[in-house]
Design a protein around this ligand. Structure first.
Ligand code: UT7
Length: 326
């Protein structure tokens, strides 16, 4: 199986560092220096994750030369579903008219795209479906506390989608993957209320528990260490070195995390995509947004060997090795 097409979507409204300076005690200089972010896109009220996913999905299906009715399976990676249930996969299936598809949501935070890509790949690889749609989409602005300077500067909204198809001999391939979770890291990055443990109440709302809470330094250190570790493990298992890669596409949480991890891996910076400056951390959408920029810049071509890597809340850790197919 191979990635037949990719498309992304971000809502038009921009939230710049200058805008955030008016909301919390922060500066453009601090945000840029500590995170690499200049601006992020955010939705207008009433726009949900399935709406962003719809734009990316329809564009990807069109680029693949297919119609929504050709899709047999769809998976939506997200931590910001439109609602607790039904799943965003169901809502998206209906919105795009993928009448023959079944599917579900996948919760893996910032590793959602690598995990969803792996899940979709297995559905095509086992022969159950010809075409799978993998979507990573998040409206992070719906769960961000714009009074908390330590988190509100980091996140943005966006979506990405890929269409997976069986691979011919000249096509690319999803070659291998390596994933792990470490639930002991749960408290370091979470949204404490709104689930079965702490159902919504006046008290949970007053305590602002329906927003992202993060111990930034703990997550930072874990992300650098694990991005290196999982990338190295996947490369070694495939008898490859970082020099064999054409492109390294990490989840975009912080410019310094990506730079530290790739320095440790001794990956040539020219092979590393960093586009966090324009989008911030869009959680499930960062990797497709980065791939899209790589394609647009002519940095990703048919036959290239690409390594994706992600670390997210959970903790979740993922890596996928791809021979790019178009
Ligand atoms: O994708 C999900 C995974 N998430 C991540 O990977 C995020 C990982 N963590 C990070 O990216 C970084 O830890 C942050 C960007 C969140 C924070 O950067 P840091 O270099 O770890 O800063 P810090 O938390 O150690 O804070 C340093 C100082 C503190 O002030 P004091 O205590 O030294 O006086 C903070 O209060 O910076 C302060 N600070 C800010 N100052 C201005 C925190 N946020 C801000 C802000 N503007 N927005």
């Amino acid at each position: 199986m191979t990635i037949r097409a990719l498309a992304t979507y971000v809502p038009p409204r921009l939230l710049t560092n200058a805008d955030l300076e008016k909301l919390v005690d922060t500066t453009d200089e601090w945000i840029l220096q500590r995170t690499g972010i200049r601006e992020r896109h955010v939705v207008d009220p009433g726009v949900a994750t399935s709406d962003l996913g719809k734009e990316a999905a329809l564009a990807a299906i069109g680029r693949a030369g297919l119609t929504p009715a050709d899709i047999g399976f769809l998976v939506v990676g997200t931590v910001t579903p439109d609602m607790m249930f039904p799943s965003t996969a169901c809502l998206l299936q209906h919105k795009i008219g993928a009448h023959h598809a079944w599917g579900f949501d996948l919760s893996a935070a910032c590793s959602a795209f690598t995990y969803a890509l792996t899940t979709g790949t297995q559905m095509v690889a086992c022969g159950a479906h010809d075409y799978a749609l993998v979507v990573g989409a998040d409206v992070m602005s719906s769960i961000i506390d714009y009074q908390d300077r330590s988190t509100c500067v980091l996140f943005g909204d966006g979506a990405g989608a890929v269409v997976l198809a069986p691979a011919g001999p000249d096509d690319g391939a999803i070659l291998d993957f390596e994933h792990e979770i470490d639930g002991s890291g749960g408290p370091a990055l979470c949204m404490p209320a709104g689930g079965s443990l702490r159902p919504p109440s006046h008290e949970t709302v007053e305590q602002r528990l329906h927003y992202v809470k993060q111990d930034g330094q703990t997550v930072f250190k874990f992300a650098v260490r694990k991005t290196e570790e999982i990338s190295r493990r996947l490369l070694e298992r495939n008898h490859l070195t970082p020099d064999d890669l054409s492109l390294f596409v990490s989840h975009q949480a912080n410019r310094r995390i990506i730079q530290s991890a790739t320095e440790r891996l001794a990956i040539d910076p020219a092979k590393v995509i960093i586009n966090i400056e324009r989008f911030g951390n869009t959680t499930a959408a960062t990797i497709p947004l980065a791939l899209n920029d790589a394609i647009a810049a002519g940095r990703l071509k048919k036959g290239d060997l690409v390594l994706l890597a992600s670390v997210g809340a959970g903790f979740t850790v993922g890596a996928v090795l791809i021979r790019w197919g178009y």
